[in-house]
Ligand binder design. Structure first.
Ligand code: CJB
Length: 834
């Protein structure tokens, strides 16, 4: 018929049919041969005629080939062992560049460098060709990337499931200091790390209605009659473990129309209509929603969520399990981790698959489903908890809404049995909310279905139980647990900071990279003058590397010898970039008004990196203000050589890898009780920056581990915040009673930073004065006082370096390998295959 057969035509019988291809030779000559072969056969060009992009793509596939045998072998070994797999369900993976990590995982960096040099090419230049896959917004997506790296490195079977967004997080530029978003065309120059498998596409249904019918056994059943569908095409990515032979899979789904193109309509002359179905379907995986911590409740977003979990559940059941597998035992083979509420629609989807498709009874299906899921909550902000209107859910997924209602009925009956007659409680705990409209509280649904519910740092997990889900924690105390987040030391120490890594290895040997607690062995070196000097030299060299990068990347001049003070994270009111800004303006104002001689300032460069959600007005206005303050401060002769503000645009993983190793001071200044964990805080500490921070998120644990002397704590703690809120918070009172705070805000209101326009920053300033939901004004004095302590401490470079070394030595706990161990023991109840 002219169609290609999908899947194997028959069972392959050759002895080598299931064996992986052999590993390419590990030699410089071999590498060069393979590289040129890829360049010639994949890119179709000769070296002499090749572009940098050709060279990058050929290099990527050369390196990729070294992982290929291990990838195939991993999959064979996992199937054969019938090992339990972690199904990590996440709408975001903020992966960062792949080439460096692949070179590290194959130990090919040196060979590649030498081989390319023989070809007259430079490895660093080619590495810089790569456009990072920005398939996430911030911490949540980057955490997912760290976790899958750790699982691979620990030899734990894991499939990461997500969406292959055609456009990832927007590229940020500044025009007159204002953020302008541009499309992230990360796929435009080719994507050598992905393997599409259109033959393994999955059909996903939407819309329509449900019907009751009686099956052949006389059983009353339900069938969903959908009204439209799309195809999910899987794209596989390698997730290599560090030098251990395991290569797990990240499987991202791309949406495609089931009927690509209507030839009849085309022939009738309606060209636009002929492609409409295609456009409509492909919109589902077109673009990452750039909202971070604030779901918009948009229909397309719900389509994305259902699309990827429906594909993912079907994929595992149909393709990863052996034929004839009894799905009653599904929990023996997979445990799904729900990364926030984004994939929670997987719960009714599994129920539907088991009941409507596989003929399970409700109770049998619930028995299986309630063993398969666990849920991680990443926030405390009430506006970040997803609620889907039943109107929308019923229209898009009518069968799922029915199932959710029944889960709720069954759950509320259980509540009523435990707390008879407590109608208020049942109403509070209902998965269905009634105001402002009827909706499904996805966090409640997740909590009801999950075996375990966890927060992401000790404080956050406690507040999650006490403030967000108190009734649930009372009903099921054992369901709740904490797993403090972590970061992968492969990317954020070894790749980002090769010089520090070499220094560490020289001191304590190489084992630390997969056993990060071994950094403790560095403690005695904090008092070793030679080590301290080398450590300081590494920091200085990282600053130089950053200086060179910012010059070419952004035409920013970083002055020499400054305290490098870095605040990089999404722009959010709760994270309080505005507080950092008030500190800068306060310093500047004091010099300008003659209250402080410029010579009294510790030379300091503040670096910001932050994207604002495109629809988040206050965040965008804050970016504008920071840029305007930067322009003024940077050109003011009064503070020249003493104070500088740099705001490189488009902060991303690639920039983080250069910024963090250069930093002296890490800004972690959210209002206590608001930052679930933070993971940037961990990356800075591990790279020898000292933290100025509130008692919030993982800062609490960082401070406990590094010790109060090596951490700059300021501000109210969470109970104080709650108390002040209860008492009634009046930010204006701080303005009235604190002359320096007043002078600072007045300078902004004077139009000094806005070419005389006094109203340019009204939104930001009046918000601080009249609302200040995150109490920046209340913490202002404590913050600037603590910054003065920072300066005192920095003046003693020897003491500073000692503290920096102790930060590195004492934060090995924050490896995502440790986080994964905690999940394995406390949540997943499985172990590495080793
Ligand atoms: N987080 O990045 C996001 N997006 C959300 O929608 C909700 C939370 C962040 O997750 C990180 C990983 O757990 C946390 O470290 C961070 O505090 C939190 O804001």
């Amino acid at each position: 018929s002219g169609h290609r057969t999908l899947g194997p035509t028959s069972t392959p019988t050759h002895p080598l049919a299931t064996a992986p291809v052999g590993m390419p030779a590990h030699s410089v000559d071999g590498f060069v041969r393979e590289f040129l072969h890829e360049l010639n056969t994949n890119q179709g060009v000769a070296l002499s005629r090749s572009s940098a992009n050709d060279q990058y793509l050929a290099l990527a596939s050369t390196v990729r080939n070294y992982l290929m045998a291990r990838w195939l072998e991993t999959s064979r070994r996992t199937r054969e062992a019938k090992a339990k797999t972690i199904g990590y369900l996440s709408a975001e993976y903020l992966l960062g560049r792949q080439l460096g990590n692949a070179l590290l995982a194959t130990d090919l960096n040196e060979i590649a460098e030498k081989g390319l040099a023989l070809c007259g090419l430079d490895l660093v230049t080619l590495r810089n060709q790569e456009v990072e896959p920005g398939l996430g917004n911030g911490g949540l997506g980057r955490l997912a990337a760290c976790f899958i790296d750790s699982l691979a490195t620990m030899d734990v079977p894991c499939i990461g499931y997500g969406i292959r967004y055609e456009y990832g997080i927007f590229r940020q530029t500044f025009v007159d200091g204002r953020q302008v978003e541009e499309t992230d065309t990360w796929l435009a120059l080719g994507s050598p790390w992905e393997f599409p498998h259109p033959e393994a596409s999955v059909q996903v249904d939407f819309g329509g209605h449900t019907e009751r019918y009686v099956d052949a056994d006389g059983e009353e059943r339900t069938r969903w009659v959908p009204s439209w569908n799309v195809l999910g095409v899987p794209y596989n990515y390698m997730v290599p473990g560090y030098l251990n032979g395991r290569v797990n899979t990240l499987r991202l789904w791309s949406a495609q129309a089931t009927k690509a193109f209507d030839l009849q309509i085309f022939n009738a002359g309606d060209y636009a209509q002929a492609v409409r179905a295609q456009t409509f379907a492909e919109n589902i995986s077109k673009v990452l929603y750039p909202e971070d911590s604030t779901p918009q409740g948009k229909e397309l977003r719900l389509q994305q969520q259902y699309f990827f979990v429906a594909c993912s559940l079907r994929d595992f059941i149909d393709n990863e399990l052996e034929e004839g597998f009894d799905l009653h035992n599904l929990a023996d083979r997979i445990t799904y981790q729900l990364n926030d509420t984004h994939p929670v629609i997987a719960v009714p989807e599994l129920m539907r698959l088991l009941i409507d498709v596989r003929g399970f009874s409700w109770d049998e299906a619930w028995e299986v489903t309630s063993k398969c899921f666990n849920y991680t909550c990443h926030t405390l902000l009430p506006e970040a908890l997803e609620v889907w209107s039943t109107e929308l859910l019923g229209r898009l997924l009518p069968r799922h809404l029915e199932i959710v209602y029944r889960i709720n009925d069954q759950f509320l009956a259980e509540v009523d049995k435990t707390f008879p007659g407590d109608g208020l409680r049942t109403r509070r705990m209902s998965i269905i909310s009634e105001y402002p409209e009827r909706g499904v509280r996805m966090a409640y649904l997740a909590t009801v279905a999950a075996g375990k519910v966890n927060g992401v740092a000790a404080l956050h997990s406690q507040l999650l139980r006490d403030k967000v889900l108190p009734d649930f924690s009372e009903l099921w105390p054992d369901k709740f647990t904490n797993v403090t987040n972590g970061v992968t030391p492969r990317r954020f120490v070894k790749l980002a900071n090769p010089k520090l890594s070499d220094l560490i290895t020289d001191a304590i040997g190489p084992g630390w990279l997969t056993n990060l607690e071994r950094l403790k062995e560095l403690e005695p070196y904090a008092d070793d003058p030679e080590f301290k000097a080398s450590f300081a030299a590494v920091k200085a060299s990282n600053k130089q590397r950053l200086t060179a990068l910012l010059k070419t990347r952004d035409d920013i001049d970083l002055p020499d010898g400054h305290l490098l003070d870095v605040m990089v994270k999404r722009l959010h009111e709760y994270k309080r970039q505005s507080l950092k800004l008030l500190h800068i303006v306060s310093l500047y104002e004091q010099v300008l008004s003659g209250k402080l001689p410029a010579s009294a300032l510790t030379p300091r460069t503040v670096v910001f990196g932050a994207k604002a959600a495109p629809g988040y007005r206050m965040a965008k206005d804050t970016i504008h203000l920071i840029n305007k303050v930067a322009m003024k401060v940077n050109s003011a002769p009064e503070v020249e050589g003493r104070l500088k503000v740099a705001f490189p645009a488009n902060y991303n993983v690639t920039l983080a890898e250069k910024l963090i190793p250069a930093a002296d001071l890490s800004e972690q200044i959210s209002l206590a009780g608001m930052e679930a964990s933070g993971t940037g805080n961990m990356k800075f500490a591990l790279n020898g920056a000292l933290t100025i921070g509130t008692d919030d998120g993982a800062n609490v644990e960082i401070r406990q581990l590094v010790g109060d002397k090596h951490f700059f704590l300021f501000g109210m703690d969470e109970p104080a915040v709650t108390e002040l809120g209860a008492k009634g918070y009046h930010p204006g009172a701080y303005y009235e009673s604190n002359p320096q705070l007043r002078a600072t805000l007045d300078l902004i209101l004077s139009g000094h930073f806005s070419d005389g326009d006094p109203h340019a920053f009204d939104s930001v300033v009046f918000n601080l004065l009249h609302q200040d939901r995150f109490m920046a004004l209340a913490d202002f004095q404590s913050y600037v006082d603590t910054q003065a302590l920072v300066e005192q401490r920095y003046a003693d470079q020897d003491a500073w370096t000692r503290s920096a070394i102790l930060n590195v030595a004492r934060t090995g706990y924050f490896s995502s390998d440790r986080s994964m161990r905690d999940y394995l023991q406390r949540i997943w109840h499985t172990s590495p295959m080793l």
